[in-house]
Design a protein around this ligand. Structure first.
Ligand code: G3P
Length: 224
């Protein structure tokens, strides 16, 4: 499963990219607004850091406008993916953009039927919003399982991009349900590394090492 970072915070993107686990970035209008920077310069910075698919959201609500924005986003950089809301006008635009070879990420997906329609129109990615579903008493993991089954039943190539992830359990659910990609905030990526037994175990090894006589092998090594 690929991992994307879901933010437009440049410092966080730079740091997560340095860890070697990031395959791409997803943004949305909220992330761009929260970055405190103008749209063009924040995009330039993100594309200069990450060499992988980067989703940029269209903001028009009619197909004509979305298509025009989509073409501009695609022309901006070879790694650009056009994010489009799952609605009639959005999917009309996705169909046209797909025929032009422009990659799309259909967003705000909350049902397997929406995912089916997006795939029919040639979406590259479909983004089910897992945590927002869990918050209203539904089961985001079950949505991914149903989408996986529908796509596998009919051979759809659209990639399932689990989005709106706020807990490690939702990442595990995404992996087990067969999502192709999961996107999440910086803090969630960092949380995936953590386990209290790892921290306790490391501390014990470091404490015990103090009882070992000085070694020639480790003397004057970098980072000692
Ligand atoms: O990719 C989904 C993300 O942009 C929005 O999700 O629920 O974390 O705001 P959320």
């Amino acid at each position: 499963m690929k991992l994307f970072i879901d933010t437009a915070d440049i410092a966080q993107i730079r740091e997560a990219w340095s860890w070697g686990i990031i395959d791409g970035v997803t943004t949305n209008p909220t992330h761009i607004a929260n970055s405190g920077k103008d749209f063009d310069s924040v995009l330039e910075e993100i594309f200069s850091i990450v060499d992988g698919p980067i989703s940029v959201e269209s903001v028009s609500t009619n197909a004509e406008g979305i298509i025009e924005e989509g073409r501009r986003i695609a022309a901006f950089h070879k790694n650009a993916v056009v994010k489009v809301p799952v609605m009639i006008e959005g999917l009309k635009a996705v169909k046209v953009l797909a025929k032009e070879g422009i990659k799309t990420n259909v967003t705000l997906c909350f049902s397997p039927l929406q995912a089916f329609l997006a795939a029919k129109c040639g979406a590259t990615y479909i983004s089910p919003f897992i945590h927002r579903l869990d918050l209203v008493g539904h089961d985001g993991g079950e949505l991914i399982r149903q989408m996986r089954q529908i796509y596998d039943n009919y051979g759809f190539q659209t990639q399932i991009l689990a989005a709106s992830i706020r807990s490690p359990k939702q990442v595990l659910d995404s992996l087990l349900a067969g999502a192709d990609v999961a996107t999440m905030p910086f803090d969630m990526l960092r949380a995936l590394y953590q386990h209290p037994l790892t921290e306790d175990g490391l501390q014990m090894f470091l404490d015990d090492w103090k009882r070992v006589p000085p070694s020639r092998l480790f003397t004057s090594k970098a980072g000692a």
